[in-house]
Write a protein that binds this ligand. Structure first.
Ligand SMILES: [Zn+2]
Length: 246
C-alpha cells in the first residue's frame, strides 16, 4: 500500500504538531514542582517575620524575668543589711549601714526603671503579633489556593499528555518506517523540530534559501523534500496576505 506524498507530508506536519504539544506539556509538568517550591519558600520567608517577632518577645520576657530576680536579690540583700542595725554600737557603723542601704535602694530603683522600659517595649511588640498572624493566615490561604490550582493544572496536563501519546502512536503506525526514522533522527538533533514551513523560498527551520526547482515541487506537494541545510521536512506554508486597510 503506497500513500501519496501529499498525505505523508500532512502526516508529518500532524506528527510535528503532536510533538510540539507533547513538549509543551512536558515543560508544564517540569515547571509545576519548581513553581510550587518557589511559592513555598516565598511563603516561609513571609512567615519568618512571625518567628522573628515571637523570638524577640521571648527574649524580652526572659530579660524581664532576670530583672525581677535582680530586684528580689537586692531587696533580700537590703533586708540582711538592715538586720545588722540593732547590734550597731557607733555612729560610724550606723552611717555605714545607712549608706549601704541607700546604695542598694538606688540600684533597685535603676533596675526597676529598666524593668518598666522593657515592659513598654514588650507591650509594643505584642501588639504586632495579631497583624502578623492575620497576614500569615492570608498568605497560607493564598498558597493553598495556588497549590490547588497547580494540582488541577498538573492533572489536566498529564491526562492530555496521555491522550497525545496515544494519538502519536496511532499516527506513527501510519507512517512509513523509513520516513518515521528519519523524522525521529532530525527531531532528536534539532530540539524536537523535524518539519518546517517553506515561505517563499525560505525554509522556516533555518531561514536558508531553497532551490527554485524544489520550491515548485514542494508547492505542488508531489514529492517529499528536506531542506538541504537543516534537513527539516518542508511543507508549503502560504504567507497570508496582509489585509489592506480601507
Ligand atoms: Zn532549513
Amino acid at each position: 500500500m503506497s500513500v501519496s506524498p501529499k498525505i505523508q507530508l500532512q502526516q508529518l506536519v500532524d506528527l510535528q504538531k503532536i510533538d510540539d504539544q507533547i513538549s509543551e506539556h512536558k515543560r508544564t509538568l517540569d515547571d509545576i514542582p519548581r513553581q510550587l517550591d518557589s511559592a513555598l519558600s516565598e511563603l516561609e520567608e513571609k512567615k519568618r517575620v512571625l518567628k522573628v517577632v515571637t523570638e524577640e518577645i521571648a527574649a524580652l520576657q526572659k530579660q524581664l524575668k532576670d530583672l525581677e530576680l535582680e530586684v528580689q536579690g537586692e531587696n533580700d540583700h537590703m533586708a540582711k543589711v538592715k538586720t545588722k542595725l540593732p547590734a550597731v554600737k557607733t555612729n560610724k557603723e550606723y552611717t555605714a549601714i545607712l549608706t549601704e542601704v541607700d546604695a542598694i535602694k538606688e540600684k533597685v530603683s535603676k533596675v526597676e526603671d529598666k524593668e518598666l522600659e522593657v515592659m513598654e517595649v514588650l507591650e509594643e511588640k505584642a501588639k504586632e503579633i495579631p497583624g502578623i498572624e492575620k497576614k500569615c493566615k492570608e498568605e497560607d490561604a493564598y498558597f493553598n489556593e495556588y497549590r490547588q490550582k497547580k494540582e488541577v493544572e498538573e492533572k489536566r496536563s498529564k491526562e492530555e499528555l496521555e491522550e497525545l501519546v496515544v494519538k502519536r502512536k496511532n499516527l506513527s503506525d501510519q507512517l512509513e518506517t523509513v520516513i518515521l526514522k528519519r523524522y525521529q533522527k532530525i527531531s532528536d538533533s534539532r530540539e524536537g523540530r523535524a518539519v518546517a514551513g517553506l515561505q517563499g523560498d525560505i525554509c522556516q527551520g533555518c531561514f536558508q534559501h531553497v532551490l527554485p526547482q524544489m520550491v515548485i515541487e514542494i508547492k505542488m506537494g508531489e514529492k517529499i523534500h528536506q531542506c538541504a541545510s537543516c534537513l527539516s521536512f518542508l511543507f508549503w506554508d502560504e504567507v497570508p496576505e496582509t489585509s489592506v486597510p480601507k
